[in-house]
Design a binder for this molecule. Structure first.
Ligand code: ADP
Ligand code: MG
Length: 694
């Protein structure tokens, strides 16, 4: 039976199967070893791999190759070279060798480095990541690579993710050995759920705010929003369905296991989720998914919006990072066990996560900090900026009874000693009801719900892996030296839960009471990006990353500056866009409309003694509002002149002064929008954008 999935899946990927078919046995084995153990590949093998890759890519119609990397701009970058390397008697010579496969030089000067690269050394280099498969995209062989400066400092999101996976592997394997495991390795796995909006491309092209900033900076509430909840899981519109089908096919070709697609809560909002895979691959695939979302949308006359908050008053878009840890043999370590020993191991891992999230709340917050995501977190639609952890009632009862030594579900005290089979197999859905928690245990994995829709999952996943690795190291130190392993384990679990209990919260994360309660518990509340970012350089955070070999202090500093800079630049662009829209489009539109009204009044009155109530009222209200808007715009313009650099002071100023001035300007403009005749309004309205798709 032929089927589109089996025919197309992975057809554009230089996968394990293709490698096995096309590589000489010795080269294949050597490459496999490199992939599994991270050992460098010798140049002979690299040449063989490159030759096989080239041959395969040329057969598939590729003309170019590129090192595909993930700089800190948040999107992927590529620099294409053709395979052509001269000609011989009119015949093209197609070349691609091991050196070109393994390492590429690139002028990195236009990528953010946060001061890592001195200006005289603008070059960076890209290095092949053999753990992620090469693929063909639009006639180009793409080789997934890490991106570093010449001194070896990471300039991308992939390098730290790989380092964190290595750290976790090392730490977890040691701890599992204590439980008698002989696993060959441990990997982290991710399944990111991706939310996005689809709107008409024509309407998008008429909105400067969407074009310049990805979100609407003005826009009055439409008569209908998401209050009826009639979009969530609703019937997918035909045009959207056709788009999704096309997107699925494109992604399947690249080996991305897209599985579920459905409508989301907001009108015109949708979600797509793949089946989970190894964190590094999941992260690459999510980047490809975002890229193809945009491209395929374009083909279908849509614009895919990946901004965290494209429309005010309507839910924004997030990206749930489902995260787990498993052995390379396939045992999910966050799956409550079937035997007492597995249960004890599960509890220890759970404790490591609880402790890690409690101790490094700020790192999780920082990993999702951006100007765009600040609009979502804490806006009663997404988890609050306060990081807490949800375990569900059942698991919470279990760990509480462990601490108190009390009865759980009628079991005697002695049954609850660690190492005894007390963990019931709870049905997964009982754990997944709380959608307001930023970090929820969902039966056999954790779901980090704070990441924004446009962000790379590599960043939050790097944090989670590093934190877990570090806690496991400390547990190992304690347990490996213990005289009586079971007693030490028991004590460690009890103590860890007791000391870190404050991070656990099963209640309503959207409520005002939680903010108060979290404060009493001493949890961080870092509502905005400028609040969160400085903590990246807190001594205990620097020490953590250095200990685990994930970031050097210099790399952390550079990231701090890059994230700050992104934030300041984004807010500046938003402010300037608002000013331009006000000055060039909105205020002139109001004038035109008022003139029209005035003409009606004077025309009508020249014929008869009429009241012209509507027109006169509009003239009065609109001229008064447009004066107010003009002043607010001038004020924003003056304040924006102080946006000189991109440092912490400026970021704070954006938060405290610019953003409130932008909101004030928007309030007046949105009121004006409700009064001006639609055909005079310079932009498509919220109603049109959100409900126009058939
Ligand atoms: P929902 O949150 O909508 O209930 P699902 O249960 O379908 O979603 O899972 C969401 C995502 O979690 C999917 O991408 C799925 O593959 C992923 N997932 C499931 N198990 C794991 C795991 N062990 N590690 C990482 N991700 C996982
Ligand atoms: Mg989910």
């Amino acid at each position: 039976m032929s089927n589109i999935i089996s025919e197309t899946f992975g057809s554009a990927v230089f996968s394990d199967r293709v490698m096995r078919e096309r590589l000489p046995v010795d080269a294949y084995e050597a490459l496999k070893k490199t992939i599994q153990s991270g050992r460098p590949l010798d140049s002979g093998v690299a040449n063989k791999v490159a030759a096989a890759m080239k041959e395969w890519a040329l057969e598939k119609g590729a003309t170019h190759f590129t090192h595909w990397f993930q700089p800190l701009t948040g999107i992927t970058a590529e620099k294409h070279d053709s395979f052509l390397n001269g000609s011989d008697g009119g015949e093209p010579i197609m070349e691609f060798n091991g050196k070109e496969l393994i390492k590429g030089e690139t002028d990195g000067s236009s990528f953010p480095s946060g001061g890592l690269r001195a200006t005289f050394e603008a070059r960076g280099y890209t290095a092949w990541d053999p753990t992620s498969y090469a693929f063909i995209k639009e006639n180009t062989l793409c080789i997934p690579t890490a991106f570093c400066s010449y001194s070896g400092d990471a300039l991308d999101t992939k390098t730290p993710l790989l380092r964190s996976m290595e750290a976790l592997n090392r730490a977890a394997v040691r701890v599992l050995k204590l439980f008698g495991s002989d696993t060959k390795g441990v990997v982290s796995t991710c399944g990111p759920e991706q939310e996005y909006f689809l709107i008409s491309r024509d309407m998008y092209a008429r909105r400067k705010d969407l074009i310049y900033t990805g979100r609407t900076l003005y826009g009055a509430k439409p008569p209908k929003g998401q209050e009826l909840d009639d979009h969530y899981y609703g019937m997918i519109k035909l045009k959207v369905k056709a788009f999704m089908r096309d997107l699925d096919e494109e992604l399947w070709k690249l080996g991305v296991t897209v599985k579920t697609e459905h409508n989301e809560v907001a009108p015109a909002q949708h979600e797509l989720a793949p089946i989970y895979s190894t964190a590094n691959i999941a992260s690459d695939h999510n980047q490809l998914t975002m890229e193809l979302l945009r491209k395929v949308a374009h083909r279908h006359g849509f614009k895919a919006l990946l901004h965290e908050k494209p429309f005010e008053g309507i839910n924004g878009s997030g990206k749930h990072d489902n995260w787990s840890v498993s052995t390379v043999e396939g045992q999910n370590l966050f799956e409550p066990g079937k035997t007492p020993r597995e249960n004890a191991q599960f509890l220890l891992l759970l404790c490591a996560v609880i402790k890690g999230v409690n101790e490094y709340q700020d790192l999780l917050r920082i990993s999702v900090a951006s100007a765009g995501n600040d609009h979502r977190l804490g806006a009663n639609e997404a988890p609050p900026a306060i990081i807490s952890m949800f375990l569900g009632d059942e698991l919470t009862d279990i760990i509480d009874s462990i601490v108190e030594g009390s009865e759980y579900e009628g079991k005697k005290r002695s049954d609850i000693e660690i190492g005894v089979d007390v963990l019931p197999h709870f049905p997964r859905d009982t754990t997944d009801r709380n959608r307001t928690s930023p970090f929820a245990f969902t039966g056999n994995k954790f779901e980090f719900r704070s990441p924004g829709s446009s962000q790379s999952i590599a960043i939050p996943t790097t944090m989670l892996n590093t934190i877990l690795a570090d806690e496991l190291d400390r547990f190992y130190d304690e347990l490996s030296g213990a005289e009586n392993f079971n007693e030490a384990l028991d004590e460690l679990i009890r103590r860890t839960i007791t000391e870190n209990r404050r991070i656990l919260f099963n209640g309503d994360g959207y409520s005002a009471e939680w903010v108060e309660e979290a404060k009493r518990r001493g949890l961080h509340n870092l509502p905005t990006t400028p609040d969160a970012l400085p903590h990246l350089l807190d001594p205990e955070n620097v020490a953590l990353f250095e200990r685990q070999g994930v970031f050097s202090k210099t790399e952390l500093e550079s990231r701090y500056y890059i994230y700050l800079e992104n934030y300041c630049k984004m807010i500046r662009i938003e402010a300037l866009t608002m000013i331009e829209m006000a000055k060039k489009d909105i205020l002139p539109a109001v004038s035109t409309y008022v003139r029209k009204m005035s003409e009606v009044v004077s025309g009508a009155r020249s014929i008869a003694d009429v009241e012209c109530g509507f027109e006169v009222d509009m003239i009065k209200r609109l001229t008064s509002l447009s004066t107010e808007m003009y002043h607010k715009m001038q004020s924003l313009e003056e304040l924006s002149e102080n946006l000189k650099d991109n440092g912490q002071q400026t970021a704070n100023y954006c938060r405290d002064v610019i953003i409130p001035a932008m909101s004030a300007l928007r309030r007046v403009a949105d009121e004006i929008e409700t009064l001006v005749g639609e055909k005079y309004w310079p932009y498509p309205t919220y109603g049109r954008m959100l409900f126009a798709v058939e």
